[in-house]
Design a protein around this ligand. Structure first.
Ligand code: GTP
Ligand code: MG
Length: 198
């Protein structure tokens, strides 16, 4: 996919700050440090547009990035990660509410990318998020991140572990991605463009 332009738009904490132009939105959910912000940068071919960090808990608001591609415009919405122990309980609850409010009632939302670390079995929170999205019938795909850290011979085993732990039916796509190598970028763009009807 060719990217004509990309820019940070707003850090939103609630609906009053969501953009009102109705462009399709692609949201990213996943535990802290799984690679959400890195994935956005790789998709947009920007080095550090979405702020990344080896320290978990970097992203704390709904961060909107507007992208102009060869086939049209859309937003990526970067979420705070879940499962980060070193934030207060009240902060966790307020993030939870903010994300839930967005996911339950956001007509421009076209697809949620649920990111899981390819190296490990999905956590209890990954399983909850997956169940929750399925329950509300929110269109989603699962993206396995950091695939560059797993040797090729181990891929089938890890893919099976992820599908089984989440209970993914065959029709839900599992995309293998690496922000290091760019693996999966075109496949994910195809799916996004299709979901956003671009
Ligand atoms: P929060 O904002 O805390 O929720 O984290 P995040 O999910 O946005 O993670 P982020 O993109 O900041 O990446 C966390 C760390 O993982 C950084 O040190 C990244 O360089 C590294 N990382 C992310 N994706 C990959 C990948 O595909 N391969 C490798 N090897 N490292 C990655
Ligand atoms: Mg982040």
């Amino acid at each position: 996919m060719k990217i004509k332009q990309s820019e940070f738009v707003i850090s939103a904490v609630g609906p009053a700050q969501y953009p009102e132009d109705g462009l399709p939105e692609i949201a990213l959910a996943g535990r802290s440090n799984v690679g959400k912000s890195s994935l956005i940068n790789k998709m947009l071919l920007r080095r550090n547009l979405a702020r990344t960090s080896a320290q978990p808990g970097k992203t704390q608001t709904l961060n909107y990035y507007k992208v102009n591609t060869e086939v049209g415009e859309l937003y990526y919405v970067d979420f705070p990660g879940y499962g980060y122990a070193r934030v207060s309980k009240s902060q966790r609850q307020s993030w939870g509410k903010m994300i839930e409010l967005y996911l339950k009632d956001r007509p421009p939302l076209k697809l949620v990318l649920q990111l899981v670390d390819f190296r490990h079995p999905p956590s209890a929170e990954d399983q909850n998020m997956y169940q929750w999205l399925s329950h509300y019938g929110i269109p989603m795909c699962v993206v396995a991140t950091k695939t560059d850290k797993v040797s090729r011979s181990q891929w089938p085993k890890h893919s099976k572990m992820i599908r089984q732990t989440l209970g993914m039916p065959g029709h839900v796509p599992l995309i293998h991605f690496s922000s290091e190598t760019g693996m999966g970028r075109e496949e994910l763009w195809s799916l996004i463009a299709q979901s956003a009807d671009m």
